[in-house]
Design a protein around this ligand. Structure first.
Ligand SMILES: Cc1cc2nc3c(=O)[nH]c(=O)nc-3n(C[C@H](O)[C@H](O)[C@H](O)COP(=O)(O)OP(=O)(O)OC[C@H]3O[C@@H](n4cnc5c(N)ncnc54)[C@H](O)[C@@H]3O)c2cc1C
Length: 358
């Protein structure tokens, strides 16, 4: 979680609880395995490696009871032809008639297609990521380390004094190899360890010692730039947020933080346009929302405008980093690097963004 994400978490009122779950990362370092050269990676402020579960639990704890319904899978969404209200069809056969739908179910969003977004693209790169636990403490610095050799990129950073998060980025060689790797974590892990033969021994040990059952293959998807630039993010009382809106690959490690920014901006836009009535102490479920349809649409319009500009630049920067990592052509890499020197000379500019007050 980068500084802009912490700003959003501060606004959501949960940052102080989350700070207790993860060490502050103090520095970053890149190591080229081939020649051993090292250079610092600028961090730009507060960076901590949050466990997804800690983030979700802390956000959920602060909601009124019964706000979340578990085990509830939405299979399709449509606008009621008579009332124009969104109807959510569930996999148990049930239907929810909603006042507002915020579609944030990730890269495979059914809501995204309703508002007019097309399918996400697929990089020829995959990521394997996991935790390694050291019962007696890992003894490492609170440092983000990134190492590369021959198209294998390994990064790690500690979560706390016992847990280290690591990830490996590699290209898949064919659609068949992609399917095989996704199904076979043992093969995935052994191929990575084999390819790491020149890496420092503690790095190889860290990958080898991770629990096999938790080694995970992840395809990397992205929303193309022209979709971010041209398509609508809302329709009627339906809007998208998070990866459903701007899946952007993890090369800038900004997808989650940008999703939290979405939450703050969307809440602010809605609060400015619609009124909450009822007794808040009884919880949101008993609080009635009164609003004009046009007020919601105005809020979504404002939200889309604010977020389009922000996620356009994030998506572009991420896309170029992905192209450098994924391309085998030296000329293409050189052209992209030159373009990035011009447009993204401030390497931590994306972390300075402030999504504003709730
Ligand atoms: C390898 C990797 C590393 C990353 N590293 C970083 C990083 O360091 N920093 C960062 O900021 N971001 C990072 N990201 C990006 C980040 O994980 C995403 O941007 C973020 O999780 C998006 O959040 P989301 O809520 O939009 O979607 P998701 O996190 O995908 O959540 C979607 C939710 O919707 C639920 N859902 C799915 N389908 C349905 C359905 N049909 N009905 C009901 N519910 C449903 C799911 O259960 C899930 O809870 C990384 C991503 C990857 C792949």
């Amino acid at each position: 979680m980068q500084p802009n994400g912490w700003r959003a978490l501060d606004q959501l009122g949960v940052a102080s609880k989350l700070r207790k779950t993860a060490n502050a990362i103090e520095s970053g370092r890149f190591v080229a395995i081939t020649d051993g050269k090292q250079k610092p990676i600028p961090l730009g402020g507060e960076v901590r490696c949050l466990r997804r579960m800690d983030l979700i639990n802390v956000l959920a704890e602060d909601l009124p009871s019964n706000t979340i319904r578990f085990g509830c899978r939405v299979v399709s969404v449509e606008l009621d032809p008579i009332s124009s209200c969104p109807l959510l069809h569930l996999d148990d056969g049930g239907t929810i008639k909603a006042k507002i739908v915020i579609g944030c179910k990730g890269v495979h969003s059914v809501v995204a297609s309703i508002v007019g977004l097309k399918k996400t693209g697929l990089y020829s790169i995959y990521v394997t990521r996991r935790f390694t636990r050291y019962e007696n403490g890992h003894g490492r610095e609170n440092e983000f380390v990134f190492m590369s050799k021959d198209g294998l990129h390994l990064g790690w950073l500690p979560v706390d004094d016992h847990l280290v998060y690591w990830f490996v980025i590699r290209k898949w060689t064919s659609p068949e190899s992609r399917v095989t790797l996704a199904k076979d974590p043992m093969l995935l892990k052994s191929l990575i360890v084999k390819a790491m033969n020149d890496f420092p021994i503690e790095a190889i040990q860290m990958v080898s010692d991770s629990d096999l059952s938790t080694v995970q293959y992840t395809d990397i998807r992205y929303r193309p730039l022209w979709e971010i630039l041209r398509r609508s993010f809302w329709k009627g009382a339906i809007v998208v947020a998070g990866d459903a809106m701007h899946a952007m690959a993890p090369f800038l490690t900004q997808g989650g933080a940008a999703s939290l920014e979405d939450a703050v901006v969307l809440a602010r836009c809605l609060a400015e346009k619609i009124k909450l009535s009822g007794d808040d102490d009884r919880g949101l479920r008993e609080t009635s929302l009164s609003f004009e349809k046009s007020a919601v649409e105005e809020a979504f319009k404002q939200y889309s405008k604010e977020r389009r500009a922000r996620v356009f630049w994030l998506t572009m920067e991420t896309f170029f980093i992905g192209s450098i990592l994924g391309s085998s052509s030296g000329i293409i890499k050189l052209v992209i690097v030159l373009f990035m020197i011009i447009h993204f000379s401030d390497k931590i500019g994306h972390t300075r963004y402030d999504c504003g007050r709730l």
